[in-house]
Ligand binder design. Sequence first.
Ligand SMILES: *[C@@H]1O[C@H](CO)[C@@H](O)[C@H](O)[C@H]1NC(C)=O
Ligand SMILES: *[C@@H]1O[C@H](CO)[C@@H](O)[C@H](O)[C@H]1NC(C)=O
Ligand SMILES: *[C@@H]1O[C@H](CO)[C@@H](O)[C@H](O)[C@H]1NC(C)=O
Ligand SMILES: *[C@@H]1O[C@H](CO)[C@@H](O)[C@H](O)[C@H]1NC(C)=O
Ligand SMILES: *[C@@H]1O[C@H](CO)[C@@H](O)[C@H](O)[C@H]1NC(C)=O
Length: 399
Amino acid sequence: MTSQHFLTTERKKTRLYLICTLTLTVMSLDITMVMLMCVHQAVVYNEELTAFTSRVTTNKLPYAVIRSKRYDNSSWDIDKSHVGPVVNPYQFKYVLEPRNVCDEGHLLVVYVHSDVRNFDRRAVIRKTWGNTSIYTDIQMKLFFFVAMSQRGEDDDVLRAEARENDDIIQLGFIEHYHNMTYKAIGALKWLVTRCKTVTYLLKTDDDTFVNTFALFKHIEALSEDHLYVSGLLVCCRGHLKLVYRYGKWAVNRTEYPDDYYPHYCSGIAYILTADVARAIYRTSAHVPYFWIDDVYVTGMIPEAIRLRQIDMRGAYIRDVGKIDELFAGNEWYKFAFCHVPDLHHFERLWNIVRSKALLERIPDIEVVVPGRLANNYTYRYRADLPYYYVPPLTEMINY
Ligand SMILES: *[C@@H]1O[C@H](CO)[C@@H](O)[C@H](O)[C@H]1NC(C)=O
Ligand SMILES: *[C@@H]1O[C@H](CO)[C@@H](O)[C@H](O)[C@H]1NC(C)=O
Ligand SMILES: *[C@@H]1O[C@H](CO)[C@@H](O)[C@H](O)[C@H]1NC(C)=O
Ligand SMILES: *[C@@H]1O[C@H](CO)[C@@H](O)[C@H](O)[C@H]1NC(C)=O
Ligand SMILES: *[C@@H]1O[C@H](CO)[C@@H](O)[C@H](O)[C@H]1NC(C)=O
């Protein structure tokens, strides 16, 4: 694709969206349906176009310039003498694997937990934020991790999808929410062995919308703030959560005796540095299986290795309607992750985010503190802040 072609189609798209009709439809069975029609006319000024052109002719999307700082691998190995005996000798079978895995150039690997049946969700991610070919400055790789359907009824379609997109890893167990932790650990194992040179990993689900431009800004900030990019689990860190004893998420006292889970992260999206991914995978053999994967991967294992999660809750939006507010107020970059189950909504959001990202810069900021990016651009990182203190890995594994 030439940059000229890129420019003209993008210009057309830009006009299309600037003269846009924002339709916000909030639907629920018993709640009223709200339709908000907002016709927003705008003129693309010459100077904007000039700035736009100069950026686009270099065929680069803005903000994606990450002064990549590679991971210092000297402390990769966790000292096994500090953790208990092996209690989970996980065995994984990878039924389908991509031909091309990661290479030296990839800075970020995004891996999506997907259900084998969710063909349409994977397709929409590939078409929207997961289309890695549109990011020219950040080398991002995308993989989907799925398991097997009950009777193998989806096997043929999945094989065709895998051949076409080369981004599917299928694990050899049956899809079930009690098997989610197998998926999580199987994914980490695959990634730490196949993507050894990658610096960051982002875990998401197939119904998570990722504002990649804001995400890159976070990553850039993390990279600038740390001499070595290591020891990070950045997420929406939950408060202490009560263990449910009833319902779909019921857990009995044999499975989990305490009343509260350790602090853990929302599974819709979390960022790991490669060393943390590796430490979590290795430690998983020593921590008894627990089927709620978010609790296990981002709570129990970090607790076992004394890894403190870094809270970035400001970058998460729970309510899709809130995104429309941000967009209307030109604050489209003030979120990175949102749970968006409606596929049409998904595409609509992407079209808006992408056209905005081409025209508007995310304000320059000296330092971004995770969790503050969405609200406060002036705040300076201070080393004495406890929530931002990331101890070296050797300190973290003192048991
Ligand atoms: C760390 O990186 C160096 C250079 O890339 C490599 O030779 C070495 O084997 C790596 N160490 C580990 C523990 O992976
Ligand atoms: C990804 O983006 C490229 C470049 O804009 C485009 O050619 C390609 O069709 C897109 N892929 C999908 C799956 O939409
Ligand atoms: C998890 O996967 C295994 C292996 O495929 C399967 O036997 C088991 O039934 C699955 N668990 C559930 C709860 O379905
Ligand atoms: C607790 O749950 C596990 C897994 O579902 C089950 O195997 C076990 O029998 C249950 N224990 C009790 C005491 O109900
Ligand atoms: C940004 O954060 C700092 C430190 O918490 C606070 O002092 C300052 O008032 C905040 N600024 C804004 C605009 O919220």
